[in-house]
Design a protein. Structure first.
Length: 126
């Protein structure tokens, strides 16, 4: 079922679903793909993921908590066959399930939706 979101919910959904740029965008940064759950957890454990208006914590036990534009964000994640797979809620709005490629460059994590075939969102580790 397709839903039309408006206002902050639409922007937040786009960011959290990885819809802020295309995977084909030429970038000056060099990113390395994370291939294991352990390598991902080592990067995010005890840290916050952020970008304009968004602050998230991804815990080693599979939880996602935070806020986006003043609204609570919650969810769950697991690592499946090299992908970060998550269910996510923006307030009571179900943003759905998606498996994403995760790449790292310095303090930036890039999440590319649809197993790396979709659009991406960059978040900063703090």
């Amino acid at each position: 079922m397709l839903r039309h979101l408006t206002g902050p919910a639409a922007f937040c959904a786009g960011v959290l679903l990885g819809m802020t740029g295309t995977a084909n965008t030429a970038m000056a940064e060099e990113f390395s793909t994370l291939t294991t759950r352990d390598s991902f957890v080592r990067l995010v454990e005890g840290r916050e993921l952020s970008r304009f208006g968004i602050r998230l914590t991804v815990t080693p036990d599979g939880q996602i908590v935070g806020r986006a534009f003043g609204t609570r964000v919650t969810g769950a994640w697991n690592w499946n066959e090299g992908y970060f797979c998550r269910d996510l809620y923006f307030g009571s709005e179900d943003l759905g399930f998606n498996c994403q490629v995760v790449e790292v460059s310095g303090e930036t994590l890039r999440f590319t939706s649809d197993q790396g075939a979709g659009e991406f969102a960059d978040l900063t580790l703090r």
